[in-house]
Design a protein around this ligand. Structure first.
Ligand code: FEO
Length: 394
């Protein structure tokens, strides 16, 4: 067996994709990512848990062949998205005895995406158990982390749980066990911010559920194996908590420095009041970083120049992304500058209706800020400070 063993005949058979630079054609991947798959050799049945991203399918099958895997009895699909199922057509062709074990919703998604025949599936129920001889798989439905089909698979005898995307990390690795580090946590936070944050309340619920279970290891389908489950569960508890951090994120775009001057001004004033500020140039910086900053910030202030009587398109993108990701933000405001006219905030607000945040009075000015404009910014800064203070953050 050339595969690395995780525990008691459970092996890692996934692949790194270090050179991948974008996820969902949206979030940059500075380190790349991984697509994890696992092989369980029970005394009577052999199982694959999740498979592979389609462009890596041949490499994946070669890896299984090199390990001498001649028969697969079951393929567990914990989630239908194609970075875990895209290789299925090739896998079921190579291993014709294999039955796909999954829930009804995931079966429906796989069939719609991949056109796999009905007789290849064995649908499981929530809580159902399947024996592999000396090991027992238990299926735990966990919808909405992050699709309606998501589920976990627990190996009772080994106290191992496969959670697919949930708790994953965009962190390629050689040593299969997580090395607890800032880099790993950032990979996990980047992953959470884009994929899981819109489902924060579901994440919170499943974190509690996992904490109540007897679990020695968490095996996700992106990033290394957590042999200290508390490490990632604690991070998720912080990210999913209702309490926000004493931070103001300021995604901005500025064409002629007038908006930038306003951003710099409020950054300095907020910082003087003990509030952490995170200005973010939405044209030139990594949107994944913005998503990560949104995970905990109490307040978001969008800064925009006006283009053709509306907000700059880059500001609209940032607002739209923020609305999609549904962070726990408590307060939102807008600052910006225009040359000859238009409406700056309406289009941005339209993108943010998903977020239940209180809107603070925007400061929109003509041209370069004058004394009275800075005074309006002072009022905004004071309001943010008072709001943070009322939450016990400063
Ligand atoms: Fe890693 Fe939702 O796929």
């Amino acid at each position: 067996m050339t595969l690395k063993e995780v525990k008691n005949n459970i092996f890692f058979c996934g692949l790194n994709h270090r050179e991948r630079r974008m996820f969902d054609e949206l979030i940059p991947l500075p380190m790349g990512t991984t697509y994890n798959s696992y092989l369980i050799k029970g005394s009577e049945k052999t199982v694959l848990v999740d498979t592979m991203y389609p462009p890596k399918a041949d490499e994946y099958l070669q890896k299984l062949e090199n390990a001498g895997i001649e028969n697969i009895d079951y393929i567990v699909c914990n989630h239908g998205e194609q970075d875990h199922t895209g290789a299925l057509p090739k896998v079921v062709k190579k291993y014709p005895n294999a039955k796909i074990l999954t829930n009804p919703k995931c079966k429906e998604i796989i069939q719609e995406m991949l056109h796999i025949e009905d007789d290849k599936f064995q649908v499981v129920a929530d809580g159902e158990e399947i024996s592999l001889g000396d090991k027992t798989l238990k299926f735990i439905f966990a919808p909405w982390v992050h699709w309606p089909d998501t589920m976990f698979t627990y190996v009772k005898e080994d106290k191992i749980i496969f959670t697919c995307d949930f708790l994953g990390s965009h962190s390629p690795f050689e040593n299969i066990f997580a090395v607890e580090s800032e880099a790993l946590l950032l990979g996990a936070k980047r992953y959470y911010a884009e994929i899981m944050m819109p489902f924060r309340n579901f994440c919170k619920k499943y974190v509690q559920k996992l904490k109540e279970m007897d679990i020695d290891m968490i095996l996700t389908s992106h990033g290394p194996v957590y042999n200290n489950p508390q490490y990632i569960l604690k991070a998720y508890e912080k990210w999913t908590a209702d309490e926000a951090a004493n931070e103001v994120v300021i995604p901005y775009v500025s064409m002629y420095e007038s908006t930038k001057e306003m951003v710099d001004y409020i950054c300095e004033k907020l910082s003087d009041k003990g509030i952490v500020v995170k200005p973010f140039d939405v044209v030139n910086e990594d949107l994944g970083e913005l998503a990560m900053e949104l995970v905990e910030a109490c307040t978001v202030v969008f800064g925009a120049s006006m283009v053709l009587a509306g907000p700059h398109p880059a500001a609209v993108t940032a607002a739209y992304l923020t609305g999609l990701l549904r962070p726990k933000t408590k307060y939102i405001s807008f600052i910006g500058s225009y040359g000859w006219g238009g409406v700056l905030t309406a289009k941005l607000e339209e993108s943010l209706t998903n977020i239940k945040a209180e809107k603070l009075e925007p400061v929109i000015i003509k041209g370069k800020a004058r004394k009275e404009d800075f005074e309006k910014l002072d009022v905004l800064v004071e309001t943010i400070y008072e709001k943070h203070k009322s939450l016990g953050l400063v």
